[in-house]
Structure formats: structure tokens, C-alpha cells
Design a protein. Structure first.
Length: 599
């Protein structure tokens, strides 16, 4: 338990902790002014709340700040985890606590509202200040206006603020059925609004069947012009449905969510899918507050957006299992296959694109160093003739000793800076022996068969590694730009390689004083450090064995020294006795030298 030096209110808090039950529920941390500064949920309130005030030194800096600020604790016991999740979401929206990570304010997102009137209207709005049923939010106004235009062509409904007694011009041009003048009954108008509601929910089937039936009836009554107009509307609906359908229509009603994150921010994409159609997709940025895990952030975002969009789905497709999302609330599919896998990949592409937009915008608008970083990336874009600014750069490197413990590392630079939360380690699984090309092919295929490609892929190597990367990406159907970082004989960054317009590898001339050169050198050093560190970790956990350790009197340490000094057993065989002695001492050098001479 912490002491009064950390939080002067700890005695009062300790008494409060003794009264907290071990039931599921929601807890609120309050500051000295009585303001709610954090809201959380727990399966066991006693255990979860108490954990904040123990093992203080192991806590992250942000949690330490929270613990120092807590003056009182409030808890609410609920019946189930589902109730806790919903109550937590409601309290976060009400109090906007300082230490809770929250979705970006959605007030700027547009909605369509079917008003609560005798003869409802369909209005475009960015505020919840109209009484009625809201559909959205939609990612931007352009998409929503396109949808509104389609609905306008399909259905006749009123748009006037006040209904008069006579038909207006909208009726004369076929946009309104004129219920104000009795030319359209209240029942007919209600049926029209219900069809609009179905389309906005993504349910096209009933509306399309109803329109087809009406078309045939008009044709039987020899009202061919009206039947032709109804046929045009059916085609318009089919085109809209085909445009938005990405999977089989048997995928009836699911939500899809994906997430990407770095040390400070997380980005979430949330899609609603009805009958195989993505009826809308929404991406949002979340600023991390208490070093939450991706699973915690995704659980909260899914719960919020599921409620906010009034989703009727009982299944959510996710890139990872989320322990804090009870199945009674929403069934999880964390390892999707088939069509659900396609939907998740689409969501991941959306969230990756949105993340790049946010990073680019932040680099352009925040701080003195950020514009300088953008200038360096712009110079790199020009040097490599890239189609887009390389906000996301990923670089690979292999590491092994004579084929032993083969591993690889990938680093990502976002906006010109290391994004360490996106670094990846790879154990080489399919390659036998020291084959850098085959190892490079394996890890690139493993990475980009499942994950979005960056703006620029860099390999720590020359033409051979570049060709391997290009062949693998081509096989995956990707057209990602590739560059190579070649080293000189002293293992220093020497030159930058790229593919020219003819597909040949060309050298990009850079001065060592160029900021672009410094960035590339930083990337190369970082990926080399990361791969070597992982290799050492793996090596320390295993038993090192090569043909050198088969020599009587030569152990693992000596074998490593020789391989690190000369690179391979073949090179060791070519060394003189003096060269070996300089590396491992005269006694062991005699043993190794004699062993290979006897062979």
C-alpha cells in the first residue's frame, strides 16, 4: 500500500477499500474537487480498485499521476459484466474523465435524421437537436450526400419546413407526393418512410421486392411509363447495393472493428455490414491516457460505437480476442475465415489509411521539429520518386551465426520517427542454413500476407535482397515501393538503391551531410540493433552448436568469438595461425588450426 508521501488521502482511501465488495461493477476515481477523473469496470471491484494503490513503483507514469490525484472512490455494483460495460460507457460519456481514453468527439460527423412528425422528413444534420431517429454517424459529408441523393431519386417525401394546403413545385417535378393536398395518404407516406428506413439500415431486399411488385402491377395496368420509371429506380437501388457489397449477402448483420496503435495514440475503424454490404465505415483516433492495451481500447471502442450507431448486430469480427467484451453482449469472431476475413482486411486497410492521414496532418501542424521531419520525408520522396509521402517506412534485417538461431527483425518509422510499438520479431521457420535471401523472402511474405504494406519498404542489403522483396510483393499482388540500404566493407551505410522507371536498380546519390542520409542511417542502425538484440536473446536461451563446437577443447564461447570475427567456418579455415591466435589466444588457436589442417 502506498504511503501519505504519495497520496495524503491514503488513510481515507484505505478505509474505503475495505468496504468495496468483490462483485462486478463500475468504479469512479474522484479528485479533491469531487470531479470524476477516471471510470473503470471490473469483474471483482475489490481486487481491481485495490490494485491501483499497491506496487506503486511498477506503475506507469500516467497511472502514478492518477494515483496521486485520487481523493475518493465511488463504486456501483451491477448484476453482470454486460451491465458493467454499458454503465461504464454511459458514465464516461457523461463525465468525460481526464484519465479515460475516449473516441474523438463525434459532433462533427454528419447524420441522417428521420424526424418525429406526422409526415416525417429526412434531414442532413451534424447535431442531435432534432427529435427523430438518427442514422450514422457517417465518415464524411460527401458519402452521406451521395446516399441522400439516391434516396431522393428512389422515394417521394416532403422537405418543406411547414406543410401548406396546396402542392408546391417539389410535387410538380416528382420529388414529393403532396400529402399536404391529400394526393398521398398518410398510410402511403408512412410506407415510403419505412422503405427509406430499411435502405438506411442496409436492408434492401424487402424494398426491392416491393418495388418489383409495383412495377409489374403498373405494367399489367398498361401504365408503361410509370412501370419504366419504377424499373429505373430498381436498377438504381441494385447499383447502390452492388457498389457497397463486398462479400456474400449471407453475411447478414455483423459489426467489424480493427485497431492500430503506437505509444501515444490508437486508431479504430468500425464497420456496419448488412446482407454483405458495408452500409458505412467510421474511423476515429484515441489518445492514450493510462497506457491501456490494444485489447482494452478496442473493447471500449466497440461497446461505444455499437451503442452509438444503434447496431442490431449480435456478432463483431475482430483482429484479436477482447477479454473485456462479454459474449452475452456481442459474440466475438477473433480468428475469422472466408468472407469475414475479407471484411476484417477491409477494415484494417481503412484504419491504416486513416492513421496515415492523422500522422501526416499532425506532422504538418504540430511543433517546430515536425515540419522539419516532413521536409526530410519530402526530400526522400523526391529522391526515390515515390507516389506518396513515405509517412510509414518499414525495414527488415536478418541475423544468424552460421545458420544457427536464424531470426529477423522489422522496424517501422512513422513520420520520420521510430514507432517501437510496431516493431516485429521473426523466428525463421522454413530456411535451413545461412540463406539471407530465403530468410528475407519468408519474413516479407509472412508480414504482408496478413498486414497492410507501408508507404516504403526498405531492406538492409543490396540488389539481391531488393529482388527477393520485389518478387515476394509481386506474388502478393502488392506494388509497394522498395529501396535498399547497401553497406561498405566497414559495415557502414554506403548508398541508397531504388528501382528506376525501367525497373532497373539505380544508385541514389546522397551526401553524408544530407538529412535524408542521416534518417536512412538511423533506420539501418535501428533495424540492425533490433535484429541483433533478438538474436542474442534467442541464442542465450538455447544450446549453440556448429562444427566448431565438435572440436575437442572448443566450447560455445570460443566458437561464437570466431564466427563473429570471421563470419563463417569456411573463412575460419582460411586463416593463418597468427590470425586465429589474435582472436582466441595461441593455445586454442593451435587446436583449431591443427583440426582443420588434419582434415
Amino acid at each position: 500500500m502506498i504511503d501519505a508521501r504519495i497520496n495524503p488521502n491514503i488513510e481515507q482511501i484505505a478505509l474505503r477499500l475495505k468496504t468495496i465488495p468483490e462483485n462486478p461493477g463500475v468504479y469512479e476515481h474522484l479528485d479533491a474537487a469531487g470531479k470524476v477523473i477516471y471510470v473503470g469496470k471490473a469483474r471483482n471491484l475489490q481486487r481491481r480498485v485495490s490494485s491501483y494503490f499497491t506496487h506503486y513503483e511498477d506503475k506507469s507514469p500516467k497511472i502514478k499521476m492518477l494515483v496521486r490525484s485520487v481523493c475518493d472512490i465511488r463504486v456501483t455494483v451491477v448484476a453482470t459484466e454486460v451491465d458493467a460495460l454499458l454503465l461504464e460507457n454511459s458514465l464516461i460519456k457523461r463525465y468525460q474523465p481526464r484519465y479515460n481514453s475516449m473516441l474523438k468527439d463525434d459532433k462533427s460527423y454528419p447524420y441522417l435524421c428521420i424526424t418525429d412528425e406526422e409526415y416525417p422528413r429526412v434531414l442532413y444534420t451534424r447535431r442531435h437537436n432534432i427529435k427523430g431517429q438518427y442514422f450514422g454517424p457517417y465518415p464524411n459529408g460527401r458519402i452521406l450526400r451521395e446516399l441522400q441523393d439516391i434516396i431522393r431519386q428512389l422515394f417521394q417525401y416532403r422537405t418543406c419546413d411547414h406543410m401548406g394546403k396546396r402542392p408546391c413545385m417539389k410535387h410538380q417535378i416528382g420529388l414529393c407526393g403532396a400529402p399536404c393536398a391529400g394526393k398521398q395518404s398518410k398510410e402511403e407516406y408512412a410506407a415510403t418512410i419505412e422503405n427509406i428506413r430499411r435502405v438506411l439500415k442496409g436492408d434492401f431486399g424487402d424494398t426491392e421486392r416491393e418495388m418489383e411488385g409495383r412495377m409489374y402491377r403498373l405494367a399489367e395496368e398498361l401504365r408503361f411509363e410509370e412501370a419504366e420509371e419504377m424499373k429505373r429506380k430498381i436498377r438504381l437501388l441494385e447499383e447502390y447495393q452492388a457498389h457497397s457489397t463486398v462479400v456474400d449477402t449471407n453475411v447478414r448483420d455483423v459489426d467489424v472493428a480493427s485497431l492500430m496503435s503506437d505509444e501515444q495514440y490508437a486508431w479504430v475503424n468500425f464497420m456496419r455490414v448488412k446482407h454483405g454490404a458495408v452500409i458505412y465505415s467510421l474511423s476515429s483516433e484515441i489518445k492514450k491516457q493510462l497506457d491501456e492495451s490494444d485489447e482494452e481500447i478496442l473493447a471500449r471502442a466497440v461497446a461505444t460505437l455499437h451503442e452509438q450507431t444503434e447496431s442490431t448486430a449480435e456478432e463483431v469480427v475482430l483482429p484479436m480476442a477482447v477479454p473485456d467484451l462479454p459474449e452475452a453482449y456481442l459474440k466475438q469472431t477473433a480468428t475469422p475465415k472466408g468472407d469475414r476475413r475479407k471484411l476484417l482486411e477491409l477494415s484494417l486497410r481503412n484504419v491504416e489509411s486513416y492513421r496515415k492521414q492523422c500522422l501526416h496532418q499532425r506532422a504538418l501542424t504540430q511543433g517546430d521539429a515536425a515540419p522539419q521531419a516532413v521536409k526530410v520525408l519530402e526530400r526522400l520522396q523526391k529522391a526515390l520518386d515515390l507516389p506518396t509521402l513515405p509517412m510509414e517506412i518499414e525495414c527488415f534485417d536478418n541475423s544468424n551465426i552460421q545458420g544457427a538461431y536464424p531470426v529477423a527483425g522489422m522496424v517501422r518509422f512513422s513520420g520520420g520517427k521510430p514507432n517501437r510499438s510496431a516493431y516485429r520479431k521473426f523466428n525463421i521457420k522454413t530456411v535451413e542454413g545461412p540463406d539471407d535471401y530465403a530468410s528475407m523472402a519468408e519474413i516479407i511474405e509472412r508480414q504482408y500476407s496478413k498486414n497492410p504494406a507501408p508507404d516504403l519498404l526498405m531492406v538492409d542489403g543490396g540488389e539481391g535482397q531488393m529482388e527477393v522483396a520485389r518478387r515476394v510483393l509481386h506474388g502478393l499482388g502488392l506494388n509497394t515501393p522498395i529501396a535498399g540500404l547497401a553497406k561498405d566493407d566497414r559495415h557502414r551505410t554506403h548508398e541508397l538503391l531504388r528501382y528506376d522507371e525501367r525497373g532497373d536498380i539505380a544508385v541514389v546519390g546522397l551526401k553524408p551531410t544530407d538529412p535524408v542520409f542521416h534518417l536512412l542511417e538511423q533506420i539501418q542502425n535501428e533495424v540492425h540493433r533490433f535484429a541483433i538484440t533478438f538474436h542474442k536473446e534467442k541464442r542465450s536461451k538455447g544450446t549453440f552448436r556448429t562444427s566448431l563446437t565438435d572440436i575437442p577443447g572448443i566450447g560455445e564461447k570460443t566458437a561464437r568469438q570466431l564466427l563473429l570475427r570471421f563470419g563463417s567456418v569456411k573463412q575460419i579455415q582460411l586463416q593463418t595461425l597468427d590470425d586465429l591466435a589474435a582472436a582466441i589466444g595461441p593455445a586454442k588457436a593451435e587446436v583449431v588450426y591443427g583440426h582443420f589442417r588434419n582434415q
